[in-house]
Ligand binder design. Structure first.
Ligand SMILES: Nc1nc2c(ncn2[C@@H]2O[C@H](COP(=O)(O)OP(=O)(O)O)[C@@H](O)[C@H]2O)c(=O)[nH]1
Ligand SMILES: [Mg+2]
Length: 357
């Protein structure tokens, strides 16, 4: 049975990395998707029901961005059945290894293994194993984001962006500015990473591209002064959103944390309810390191959400699950490429459907 399963599936499942995005009707997968593939009418009838976001291409883009993780995870899970055709001790051990290798982390891996071993449904085929894994992964992500719904705030909404050097803060701000701008919002960017002149120039290019305003001082200026002027300008010009870029030189340096606290105090002096969001940007390719970065920043300035970048560059996208599980913070956006539209709002169900087909 298991072998015929592979023979049937292989030719119809080309690698997402090598092919253009499939048409919309084929891009939304659920545990029932395999069944529906053999029944075009059923696919027609139900495929739109679990669409993760309206508009074409969202899921296709996500799948493409997560191709490396998707390839490794699917191949490994399917290979578990290639020997005896059932999930014996050895196969379970290999499953555990696969989950750890994809950076899902030890606590979440234990939960997933429990779910598999205590499954009420028998597991004889890859599709059945994947269904159990997917459900448990979704539960972990939903638990991580519980209670994080955001309410509308009076303009300007202030979003403070933190993270160590190179994780993608400035790029994320550029992408967010474009996204909010496209929604009709008036965006102002505060160039409060004054540590390097290049950082201010890079942000200026993104602001020009997205049509956002930018407030900047000379390099090495006091970042809090930039923030102060930015909020003045945002209020005077009636901006809807203020995105604050910050420096990220090593998170082990105490003075950066002191600088961030000062920025935080400056924001609150101007707008007592702000910052409305404080997001830490984490690079998915750094794996478990991202966890220690997040807690270090969280000690200095209370973090309200995560942006996880560079998921396109890693086969270890399972780190999303580890991070959500460990930090109990909502993942707001994920970066799946360097282009302006490669930042997606995080959708837990769509994410899991994209890494396990
Ligand atoms: N592949 C990929 N590269 C990214 C992503 N986000 C940012 N980058 C790249 O990461 C590098 C560092 O980004 P930057 O925004 O300057 O990081 P910062 O130091 O935190 O401001 C740049 O080359 C970006 O193009 C992403 O989602 N995917
Ligand atoms: Mg930067």
């Amino acid at each position: 049975m298991a072998l015929s399963f592979f023979k049937k599936k292989k030719p119809t499942e080309p690698s997402p990395a090598d092919t253009p995005p499939p048409p919309a009707a084929e891009t939304r997968k659920s545990p029932e998707a395999d069944k529906r593939e053999t029944d075009p009418e059923a696919a027609e009838a139900t495929d739109d029901a679990d669409a993760p976001e309206t508009g074409t291409g969202f899921f296709a883009k996500l799948k493409k961005g997560l191709a490396k993780t998707r390839d490794v995870l699917n191949t490994d899970v399917e290979d578990l059945f290639s020997g005896s055709g059932k999930l014996d001790e050895a196969a379970l051990e290999r499953l555990e290894e696969t989950l750890i290798t994809s950076d899902i982390g030890v606590p979440a891996t234990c939960r997933l293994m429990d779910a598999v071993q205590n499954s009420r449904e028998p597991i004889h085929q890859p599709a059945q194993l994947k269904a159990v894994l997917k459900q448990e992964m979704k539960d972990i992500l939903h638990a991580g984001a519980a209670g994080s719904e955001t309410a509308a705030v009076p303009a300007p909404e202030v979003i403070l962006i933190l993270g160590v050097n190179g994780v993608g803060k400035t790029t994320t701000i550029g992408k967010l500015a474009a996204r909010y701008g496209a929604e009709g919002k008036k965006v102002l960017i505060a160039a409060a990473d004054t540590f390097r002149a290049a950082a201010i120039e890079q942000l200026t290019v993104w602001a020009e591209r997205s049509g956002a305003d930018i407030v900047k001082h000379r390099d090495n200026a006091d970042p809090s002064a930039v923030v102060f002027d930015s909020l003045d300008a945002a209020i005077a010009r009636g901006a809807d959103v203020v995105l604050i870029d910050t420096a990220g030189r090593l998170h082990t340096k105490v003075n950066l944390m002191e600088e961030l606290k000062k920025i935080h105090r400056t924001i609150q002096k101007k707008i007592p309810a702000a910052p409305h969001q404080t997001w830490i940007v984490l690079d998915a390719t750094t794996g478990q390191n991202a966890l220690s970065q997040a807690s270090r920043f969280n000690d200095a300035v209370s973090v309200s959400g995560i942006v996880l970048t560079k998921l396109d560059g890693t086969a270890k996208g399972g780190v999303v699950i580890a991070i959500s599980d460990a930090l109990k913070l909502p993942i707001r956006y994920i970066g799946v490429g360097e282009q302006v539209d490669d930042l997606q709002p995080f959708d837990a169900d769509a994410f899991i459907d994209a890494i396990l087909k």
